[in-house]
Design a protein. Structure first.
Ligand code: RTP
Length: 152
């Protein structure tokens, strides 16, 4: 049963921050009706990023990925709402921007798989793990009146 309390971890990668796309990406999630429950700017260490991408250890692009992600600060966020994980991935677009539909974040702003602007959790289980890794201090519980107007 879909929950309006589903959470996803969304991250603007260092290229998205440097290119001034943070506001645009936040506006898309706000506009869609998701609720922001955590946000911070963080320059992550390679060790932290290796934990985030632990599933990809061993892939040929792994060292380059860690270097890219450590180039500058990222914006770490948690968004909550109906089908947040699946819808978040749709809003991001395909991993390789060559295949990302126009209208998606990657389809509008990216060209290369190794500079693809943003990350979004790929399952509810991974979202929980990623939220715990990036927000060990917890998220901000707050009530918005949105739910009456966005959900049936
Ligand atoms: P993300 O975790 O960043 O949201 O990306 P994803 O699930 O769509 O894709 P995943 O396969 O988990 O890959 C993580 C990130 O690694 C970089 N990548 N480079 N050079 C390559 O072939 C290659 N493949 C993946 C991308 O930055 C991708 O987002």
């Amino acid at each position: 049963m879909a929950s309006i309390k589903e959470r996803t971890y969304i991250m603007v990668k260092p290229d998205g921050v440097q290119r001034g796309l943070v506001g645009n990406i936040i506006a898309r999630f706000e506009g869609r009706g998701f609720k922001l429950i955590a946000l911070k700017l963080v320059h992550a260490t390679p060790e932290h990023l290796e934990k985030h991408y632990a599933d990809l250890k061993g892939k040929p692009f792994f060292p380059g990925l860690i270097k890219y992600m450590a180039l500058g600060p990222v914006v770490a966020m948690v968004w909550e709402g109906l089908d947040a994980v699946k819808t978040g991935r749709v809003m991001l677009g395909a991993t390789n921007p060559l295949a990302s539909a126009p209208g998606t974040i990657r389809g509008d702003f990216a060209l290369a798989v190794g500079r693809n602007i943003c990350h979004g959790s790929d399952s509810v289980e991974n979202a929980e793990k990623e939220i715990a890794l990036w927000f060990p201090e917890g998220v901000v519980q707050h009530e918005l009146t949105l739910s009456t107007w966005v959900f049936e």
